[in-house]
Design a protein around this ligand. Structure first.
Ligand SMILES: Cc1cc2nc3c(=O)[nH]c(=O)nc-3n(C[C@H](O)[C@H](O)[C@H](O)COP(=O)(O)OP(=O)(O)OC[C@H]3O[C@@H](n4cnc5c(N)ncnc54)[C@H](O)[C@@H]3O)c2cc1C
Length: 426
């Protein structure tokens, strides 16, 4: 049905790719795009680069303003979705508007979580980083800051802490976990990065959190356990995200941490699709349904949903957790799962005497399941492909836990396209 009425909820990477894919497939009917904000789609992943002064503001809007016209989208700006009746295929907007759909995509992304710490939710000097408006507010706050508490040492928190240090602002990075980057770094890689951050002038407090907060006219006082006290101009809360699903009726649409989707990005409700950070699809590595908040994953999911909404037959098998982050003069890379434990798990790590590359490779039996690289970006693609293909090549690695990167390189260069040693296969 090329003339079906398509409704896309959201205006991020997932929504954009769905809209573009539906039109490219030849969809000739109306495409409605509903956003609670106004203006072109923002890429939250790029805001740290902007705040560090690496890219101009307009680069944070990678699809530009023309795309809506090109795709002949009917845009509903500043129109917050209040509820969705999947049974009657109706979306209700704030201010009494409503839209009927033949097929609908939920691509409303996620928002930062502010933990229920007394005083934290109401304090004026508490900032988060997700939307374009929040990036602008944080930019202004950085300009006059001398000392900031960053709550949360995962990737967003670490990025914000780095931005602040690059701008000569004092930083206290606090995380309840015993290591920074608890979801993306092996403990040894995390310890190495923590040391590096301290050398860059960051204070790092792990295994604790803010228990209370008092705001006054020139800043905030944060109370930590054991009568520890931190004074700051403001707090950056980077304590995780939550999918924007408040308008979804869980009796109508199956959810776990986010909206459950299959490989076609279909939800449990007829003609209702979900993509991006609001959805929970397959982790390619584990085969399990997992909520992964990743830009490229969201874009592929959006494209898949858009093609199917337009009548195509597309599927997306899922992805693995992965990140590349420049942090000061180093690049931190994470691929797959670094937190596995058990008797069949083996860590191979080491460095190079002549290059600043550090590697942490986690094998389950013979299969590489997790990678951290500090620098060594040029090897990330190759290692990711071995993780994705579940290639059994661990037996070609040296027995020793500690290796140089030269040895890893040698092993990688000797593998043929199916992951056998070239010498062994001839
Ligand atoms: C600081 C930061 C750094 C990041 N770094 C990386 C990285 O290095 N690598 C990586 O892969 N990912 C990174 N991410 C995550 C990445 O940005 C997200 O995975 C991606 O933006 C998800 O896109 P989306 O379209 O699903 O959601 P979003 O970009 O959140 O878009 C959701 C859209 O829905 C709209 N919306 C929400 N609720 C409603 C409603 N009720 N009604 C109408 N409209 C609504 C919003 O205004 C928005 O337009 C980072 C994120 C942040 C914040």
């Amino acid at each position: 049905m090329k003339s079906a009425n398509l409704v896309i909820l959201g205006n991020g990477g997932a929504a954009m790719h769905a809209m573009i894919a539906a039109r490219s497939f030849g969809h000739s009917g109306p495409i409605h795009l509903v956003s609670d904000a106004n203006g072109p789609a923002f890429n939250p992943m790029l805001s740290p680069y902007y705040l560090k002064g690496k890219i101009p503001w307009h680069r944070c809007f990678p699809f530009g303003e023309e795309i809506y016209c090109k795709c002949e989208a009917i845009c509903h700006w500043n129109a917050r979705v209040e509820s969705l009746d999947a049974k009657n295929k109706t979306v209700f907007l704030a201010g009494n508007g409503k839209l009927q759909y033949d097929r609908c995509l939920v691509a409303t992304g996620a928002r930062p979580v502010v933990p229920p710490v007394p005083g934290l939710r109401d304090a004026p000097a508490v900032f988060t980083l997700r939307t374009a408006a929040q990036a602008r507010i944080m930019e202004k706050a950085i300009g006059s800051a001398k000392r900031v508490v960053v709550l949360g040492g995962s990737l967003v928190g670490v990025k914000v802490a780095e931005i602040l240090r690059q701008r000569n602002v004092g930083v206290v990075l606090i995380d309840v976990a015993e290591q920074i980057l608890p979801h993306s770094a092996h403990p040894l890689a995390a310890a190495m990065l923590e040391k590096y951050f301290r050398e860059k002038g960051m204070e790092v407090r792990l295994g604790c959190s803010i228990e209370g907060l008092e705001a006054d006219h020139d800043g905030v006082s944060c109370f930590l356990p054991n009568r520890v006290f931190e004074r700051a101009d403001w707090i950056a809360v980077c304590a995780g995200i939550r999918p924007n699903v408040d308008f979804i009726d869980p009796e109508q649409v199956s959810m776990d941490k986010a909206i459950l989707v299959n490989e076609r990005m279909e939800t449990s409700a007829e003609d209702l699709y979900a993509a991006g950070d609001v959805s929970q699809g397959a982790n390619f590595l584990t085969g399990k349904s997992e909520w992964l908040g990743l830009w490229a994953n969201g874009c592929y999911q959006g494209r898949t949903a858009g093609l199917n909404m337009a009548g195509g037959k597309a599927s997306y098998p899922g992805t693995i957790s992965q990140h590349v982050s420049p942090l000061f003069e180093k690049t931190f890379i994470q691929i797959g799962d670094l937190n596995r434990s058990g008797r069949n798990i083996r860590l191979i790590s080491g460095s190079d005497p002549d290059r600043p590359i550090l590697h942490f490779l986690v094998f389950e039996e013979d299969v590489l399941v997790g990678v951290n690289l500090i620098n060594g970006d040029s090897w990330a693609g190759r290692l990711k492909s071995l993780v994705m293909k579940k290639t059994a090549w661990g037996r070609y690695m040296p027995d020793a836990e500690s290796t140089s990167f030269h040895q890893i390189e040698k092993a990688l260069n000797s593998l043929d396209h199916v992951g056998r040693m070239v010498e062994a296969s001839t």
